[in-house]
Design a protein around this ligand. Structure first.
Ligand code: PLP
Length: 437
C-alpha cells in the first residue's frame, strides 16, 4: 500500500488534528506496537474491514463485547425494533426490568443490579457503594488489574504495605488514592499481611478473577480462597470485576468457574460490562439486597445516569443474553478457543520459540515465554519487540489481535474452524520468520 493510497493513514492524520492522539481510547493508537491504526469501516461475523477495504479476522471483538460476532441477525433485529420505539426517555422501562432479571437469573450471587453505561462507571459506583455500605474508606486492588479509569483506581503500589498508593496518571491528586492499597496478584502472604495491618478499615477488595488487562492471568484457587476467607473474617466486601469475564468465560461468569473448585463460592459484589451490552454502552453492578439497598433512592449512596438503562442498549444486551444462553453455546466457544491456543502452541513449538497460552470460555491469552506468569511483574518480562513483530506479522496476514501484549484476546461464536485454522497458518509463517531471525 503506497502512502498516498493508505486511507487508514489519511484518516489517522485527520483524526490527530481533532482528537488527542487520533483516538478516543489510548490503546487504539497502536503506540505500543507502532504503525498506523486501522480505521474500521464495517464488520460482519468474525471479520472487520478497514478503510482500505482490507479484511481481518477479529480477535478483539470490541475488547470483549462481541461474543456473538458482529451483526448477529437476532441482535440487529432487536436493536432496530427498539430504535423505532425511541432512543431514550429518562423514565423507567420494562426492558430494564427484563435485563436485570435476565442478569440475576444467570449470576445468582446478586439479588439486585443497577444498570449504568460503562465499566468505569460501574466499578467506580461499586466502590462508592462498598464504602457507603461498610462505613470504611480503604480498598485493595491488585497490580495489573484494570477497573476503569476512576481516580481512586489509577494507582500503583507505594513503598510498602504500611503506605498506600501513588497515582499513575497526571491529574489525580495523591490524596485521592491515599486509601487505595495496591497488592501483588496471587501473593497470599502479602494479602494476609495487608489484612492484618488494615483489615478493619478495608471496605472492599476489588479483583479481576481472571485478569484480562495483563494479558490472561488467573487468580489461583488457593489465592481466591484466601481472598474470600479474609474478606469474610474482616467484614470486607469481595468485589469481582467481571466487566471482561462476565458472560465471556462462562454463562455464570468467572465466579461460576471458581465455584467449581470452591463449592458455595460467591463474591459479595459483581461488576459487569462488555458482553452484557452486546456492543452498546451498558454495564452494571450488583450485590445482595442488603448492600444494594444503600443505593439512592433507597439509601444514602448517590448514583445516577441520564442514559442509564438506555432502551436501545438494553434491547441489544437482552438479545445477546438470549443467544448466549442456548444449550452448548459455551462448549462450542471453549472448544474453538482452546483449539486456537493449542494450534498457536504447536506452531511456536515447531520453531523452538518459547510460548505458552491459556483460555477460559471465549477468552484467551498467550505469552512469548515458556511458563504462564502469575503476576504483573512477570507478565512485563515478555519480550515486547518480539510481540510487536508477531502482531504486525499477523496483521499483514489479515489477523487482528490486540495491539499490546498486556491484553487478552477474544473468540466469538461467529469464528469458524476455518478461521481458527487460517489464523494458525498465519501464525506458523510469522513464527518461522521470528525463529530464523
Ligand atoms: C474494560 C474493563 C473495564 C472498564 O470498562 P469501560 O467500559 O471501558 O469503562 C473495567 N474493568 C475491567 C475488568 C475491564 O476489562
Amino acid at each position: 500500500m503506497t502512502q498516498q493510497h493508505d486511507q487508514n493513514q489519511t484518516l489517522f492524520e485527520r483524526a490527530r488534528h481533532v482528537i488527542p492522539g487520533g483516538v478516543n481510547s489510548p490503546v487504539r493508537a497502536f503506540k505500543a506496537v507502532g504503525g498506523t491504526p486501522r480505521f474500521i469501516k464495517r464488520a460482519q461475523g468474525a471479520y472487520f474491514w478497514d478503510a482500505n477495504d482490507q479484511k481481518y479476522i477479529d480477535y478483539i471483538g470490541s475488547w470483549g463485547p462481541m461474543i456473538l460476532g458482529h451483526g448477529h441477525p437476532a441482535v440487529v433485529e432487536a436493536v432496530q425494533k427498539a430504535v423505532l420505539d425511541g432512543f431514550s426517555f429518562g423514565a423507567p422501562t420494562e426492558r430494564e426490568v427484563e435485563l436485570a432479571e435476565a442478569i440475576l437469573a444467570r449470576v445468582p450471587s446478586m439479588d439486585m443490579v443497577r444498570l449504568v453505561s460503562s465499566g468505569t462507571e460501574a466499578a467506580m459506583s461499586a466502590i462508592r457503594l462498598a464504602r457507603g455500605a461498610t462505613g470504611r474508606n480503604k480498598l485493595i486492588k491488585f497490580e495489573g488489574c484494570y477497573h476503569g479509569h476512576a481516580d481512586a483506581l489509577l494507582v500503583k503500589a507505594g513503598s510498602g504495605l504500611a503506605t498506600f498508593g501513588n497515582p499513575t496518571s497526571a491529574g489525580v491528586p495523591p490524596e485521592v488514592v491515599q486509601h487505595t492499597l495496591v497488592l501483588e496478584y496471587n501473593h497470599v502472604a502479602q494479602l494476609e499481611e495487608a489484612f492484618a495491618l488494615h483489615g478493619k478499615d478495608i471496605a472492599c477488595l476489588m479483583i479481576e478473577p481472571i485478569a484480562g488487562n495483563m494479558n490472561f492471568v488467573r487468580a489461583s484457587v488457593p489465592f481466591m480462597k484466601r481472598c474470600r476467607e479474609l474478606c469474610t473474617e474482616h467484614g470486607t466486601l469481595l468485589v469481582f470485576d467481571e466487566v471482561m469475564t462476565g458472560f465471556r468465560v462462562a454463562l455464570g461468569g468467572a465466579q461460576s468457574v471458581y465455584a467449581r473448585a470452591l463449592p458455595g463460592f460467591e463474591p459479595d459484589m459483581t461488576v459487569l460490562g462488555k458482553v452484557i451490552g452486546g456492543g452498546m454502552p451498558l454495564a452494571a453492578f450488583g450485590a445482595k439486597r442488603a448492600v444494594m439497598e444503600h443505593l439512592a433512592p433507597l439509601g444514602a449512596v448517590y448514583q445516577a445516569g441520564t442514559l442509564s438503562g438506555n432502551p436501545v442498549a438494553t434491547a441489544c444486551g437482552l438479545a445477546t443474553l438470549q443467544q448466549i444462553s442456548q444449550p452448548g453455546f459455551y462448549d462450542d466457544l471453549s472448544r474453538k478457543t482452546s483449539q486456537l491456543v493449542a494450534g498457536l502452541q504447536a506452531a511456536a513449538d515447531a520453531q523452538g520459540l518459547p510460548f505458552c497460552g491459556d483460555s477460559e470460555g471465549g477468552m484467551f491469552g498467550f505469552f512469548l515465554m515458556s511458563e504462564l506468569p502469575q503476576n504483573y511483574p512477570k507478565v512485563m518480562t515478555t519480550n515486547g519487540a518480539r510481540f510487536n513483530q508477531l502482531f504486525h506479522g499477523l496483521l499483514d496476514r489479515g489477523v487482528y489481535i490486540a495491539p499490546a501484549l498486556y491484553e487478552a484476546g477474544f473468540v466469538s461464536a461467529a469464528h469458524s474452524d476455518a478461521d481458527i485454522e487460517q489464523t494458525i497458518v498465519a501464525a506458523t509463517e510469522v513464527f518461522r520468520l521470528l525463529g530464523s531471525a
